[in-house]
Design a binder for this molecule. Structure first.
Ligand SMILES: Nc1ncnc2c1ncn2[C@@H]1O[C@H](COP(=O)(O)OP(=O)(O)OP(=O)(O)O)[C@@H](O)[C@H]1O
Ligand SMILES: [Mg+2]
Length: 428
């Protein structure tokens, strides 16, 4: 996708914030550009990491979430506050790289599963047919194997019971070892000890699901999956570090603050480029794209240690939202809040309608409240909407009659403005 196309895709869900969308779109495209260069040039070009800065509730995390769905690259979103400095109890920052590799493994595995799906399906159906022919009841007399397989393939026998043996996997026993690395005893011993199986009676549909995944697993080459996953994570990986501002901050006198700066220092080499060992092999972090985000409301970007600031050369500002944006957020996105309420209430036979003036009034109230109270961005819309439809939501009849409600300007005013001269009453 071209940068413009990426922005267009993001536009479907996020209103405004063009600068931020543009920055992530450029960064993604640069990924692709780099991949077309000679290995020597590729070596030299590292991604330009991004900081997204802006007030709460204006779409920072939402952009990341939508981006993740858009790119078919390994994508991980983490909260900076989850990590502790090396040496302290908790997760160390290197674990984010290990998590990214896990994401890549899943991604590659899914692709490979698709490739072998047809073959795996055939084998799974074959296995079910064999078992049914041996033990199945209620089969038509003298049915041939070919005919039986056909029936299974067409899902005609999905509900038929079947006894299969499944691997009796011992519950994985996880030992959390200090530095965040985890040892899975189950998988260590599980590989040494002979596999136990147990008999279970399930439906044919369930058996098919189990066999399909067993056979798929056998058909793909795990070594090559792991190698490919490492390569993808190294070259295409994107890590979104949310709440970055929470680890910035006028440095520390005591308590947890001590470790905040430590976490920043630990992040340095990872963003700069280093090698992290994972259970699938070593991975270089040089070409992973990092996007950090935070309100930077209390602490400023300049409160991050300078070395870290330097490693995030692109700084984009997200704007606080106004009435126009609110109107769009209420109506435009495919998952817009007004649509959500319509769908929810339609279950109870309520036909909820919004007039344009009604929407505008909601947006105005939201904007007003953000100004007079705390600016919580688009999240304000949710508390207001919830209040507006509260009575409609509560007061329903179970008589199956369709009822229509129109949320117009008067309705919003009545239910909101007049009655709530004292706005404080509806503060979150
Ligand atoms: N520009 C926008 N367009 C559409 N929806 C938005 C926009 N900004 C925020 N929202 C909606 O508001 C909610 C909160 O947004 P989001 O989680 O992105 O906030 P944030 O910027 O990450 O804030 P915080 O700094 O508190 O984490 C989400 O449900 C999102 O859908
Ligand atoms: Mg957020």
């Amino acid at each position: 996708m071209t940068p413009r196309e990426i922005v267009q895709q993001l536009d479907k869900y996020i209103v405004g914030q063009f600068q931020a969308k543009k920055a992530v779109a450029i960064a993604l495209r640069n990924r692709y550009r780099r991949s077309k260069l000679s290995p020597a040039d590729r070596e030299e070009i590292t991604p330009k990491n991004i900081i997204m800065k802006g007030p709460t509730g204006v779409g920072k995390t939402e952009i990341a979430r939508r981006l993740a769905k858009l790119v078919k690259a390994p994508f991980l979103k983490v909260e900076a506050t989850k990590y502790t400095e090396v040496g302290y109890v908790g997760r160390d920052v290197e674990s984010m790289i290990r998590d990214l590799v896990e994401v890549a493994i899943r991604l590659v595995k899914d692709e490979r599963y698709k490739e072998v799906e047809q073959r795996a399906t055939e084998i799974a159906v074959e296995r079910i047919a064999d078992i049914l022919l041996k033990t199945g009841k209620d089969l038509p007399d003298g049915i041939s194997k070919v005919a039986l397989k056909d029936e299974i393939g067409k899902h005609h026998l999905d509900q038929m019971p079947i006894e299969i043996s499944v691997a009796d996997v011992p519950k994985p026993l996880e030992l959390g070892v200090g530095g965040g690395s985890e040892i899975n005893l189950g998988s260590i011993f599980g590989d040494i000890m002979p596999k136990k199986t147990k008999k279970r009676t399930v439906t044919v549909a369930e058996a098919f699901r189990i066999f399909l995944s067993e056979e798929s697993e056998k058909l793909i080459d795990l070594d090559s999956v792991e190698a490919e996953a490492i390569k993808r994570a190294e070259n295409d990986g994107v890590i979104f570090i949310d709440e970055m501002d929470k680890i910035a901050g006028a440095s520390s006198k005591n308590g947890p603050d001590v470790s905040r700066e430590g976490v920043q220092r630990d992040i340095l080499p990872i963003v700069e480029g280093c090698t992290v060992s994972t259970k699938y092999g070593n991975i270089k972090t040089d070409y992973i794209l990092f996007i950090a985000s935070g309100a930077f409301h209390v602490s400023k970007v300049s409160d991050l240690i300078p070395e870290l600031q330097g490693r995030f050369p692109v700084l984009v500002q997200l704007d606080s939202l106004g009435v126009d944006e609110f109107v769009k957020i209420l109506t435009v996105p495919q998952n817009a809040i007004t649509e959500q309420y319509k769908k929810l209430l339609s279950v109870d036979n309520i036909d909820l309608q919004f007039t344009d003036e009604g929407i505008l009034e909601i947006a105005k109230v939201a904007y007003e409240q953000n100004n007079t109270l705390e600016d919580i961005g688009a999240r304000r819309l949710q508390s207001i909407m919830e209040h507006i439809v509260a009575d409609i939501s509560y007061d329903i009849n179970d008589d199956g009659q369709r009822r229509e409600f129109v949320i117009d300007k008067e309705y919003v005013e009545q239910n909101f403005r007049t009655e709530s001269r004292n706005l404080k009453k509806y503060v979150l």
